[in-house]
Design a protein around this ligand. Structure first.
Ligand SMILES: C[S@@+](CC[C@H](N)C(=O)[O-])C[C@H]1O[C@@H](n2cnc3c(N)ncnc32)[C@H](O)[C@@H]1O
Length: 302
């Protein structure tokens, strides 16, 4: 790995364009895949600029103090720290979410789960009452906050076993004006909502689903930085699905839906889990825009 990016080694006052190019080259040289994009995000972060402003001000020169700050964040990225942990922000569902190393960085794939949940919300006639949604393992609150923001007809309960994650999720609910619409509860899966039998119209979750022996093969950005608690799905990756499918029907009203994000190779296994419990209608597996299985949906039957 080249230790010294060339950004600081210049006598002339470099422009945004120069600094960006050298930053991208540095990240590329140490093997960061999305080098150019990451360099842009990091420079925007250091300058407090939007990407549009970065593009419109390519010829502006950058003084040493800012170049040094940029170099510091480039070095963090070279150690594979995710950009979102460096900037403290990640966009999800067109909203800016606060993130820190206690939460999984919300992924664009998870937006499909939000999209399907909203379609279901729209298809249900709620009359005077609101739809109750339970988000298990809320992490940064990305799913819970997006659902609440998007539909006035929902009340959301969001649980997580990690107190640190819940703090971040609550901060995001405040940030997006949703703190009155979401109840945050600390505990193991359904444990914080045991008094809500037959109460929820929808249970949604993006649970930890990496197979334990595959944890070591994850990209270093994920393996070395994101919380193990958010990733490890047990020996076959299905620990959380087993529990959610077996325990979850008790908390759903009749006809209520369970929506679970799944790994691409888990469609059959998760469908079988629903089938084995025998309390759900047929399972639908939805694919993401890359054509990979991504979300399993089943409805509680009588
Ligand atoms: C894959 S992350 C998903 C985070 C967020 N929902 C998202 O989609 O970005 C899984 C979350 O489940 C939480 N978790 C792990 N074990 C749990 C348990 N037994 N009960 C409740 N939450 C748990 C983790 O702390 C983590 O926040």
């Amino acid at each position: 790995m080249r230790e010294q990016p060339e950004i600081m080694q210049t006598s002339a006052l470099p422009t945004v364009q120069d600094v960006l190019r050298r930053g991208a080259e540095f990240l590329c040289g140490v093997g960061v895949e999305s080098a150019r994009f990451d360099a842009e995000l990091l420079l925007c972060h250091v300058l407090g600029w939007s990407r549009e402003k970065l593009w419109l001000n390519q010829k502006e020169s950058l003084e040493a103090a800012r170049r040094e700050l940029f170099e510091q964040v480039l070095r963090r990225r070279a150690r594979r720290e995710p950009v979102a942990y460096i900037t403290g922000i990640r966009e999800f569902w067109s909203l800016d979410f606060l993130v820190s190393p206690v939460v999984l960085v919300p992924r664009p794939e998870t937006e499909l789960l939000v999209e399907i949940a909203l379609r279901l919300v729209e298809s249900v006639d709620v009359a005077d009452s609101k739809l109750r949604i339970l988000d298990l393992g809320t992490g940064s609150g990305a799913i819970a906050v997006s659902l609440a923001r998007e539909s006035e007809n929902v009340e959301v309960w969001a649980t997580d076993i990690s107190p640190g994650a819940l703090e971040v999720a609550e901060a995001n609910a405040v940030r997006h004006g949703m703190i009155e619409r979401i109840r945050f509860c600390e505990g193991d899966l359904f444990e914080p909502v045991t008094e809500f039998e037959d109460a929820f119209d929808m249970v949604v979750s993006n649970p930890p689903y990496v197979k334990r022996e595959e944890m070591k093969d994850l990209p270093p950005d994920v393996r070395d930085w994101e919380p193990r608690l958010a990733l490890d799905g047990g020996p076959d990756g299905l620990d959380f699905y087993r529990r959610m499918v077996e325990e979850g029907h008790a908390f759903l009203r009749e006809g209520g839906s369970m929506l679970l994000e799944i790994a691409a190779d888990m469609g059959n296994e998760v469908s079988e889990l629903f089938g084995k419990v025998g309390r759900y209608s047929q399972v639908d597996i939805y694919q993401d825009y890359a054509g990979r299985n991504r979300v399993a949906v089943a409805h509680k039957r009588s």
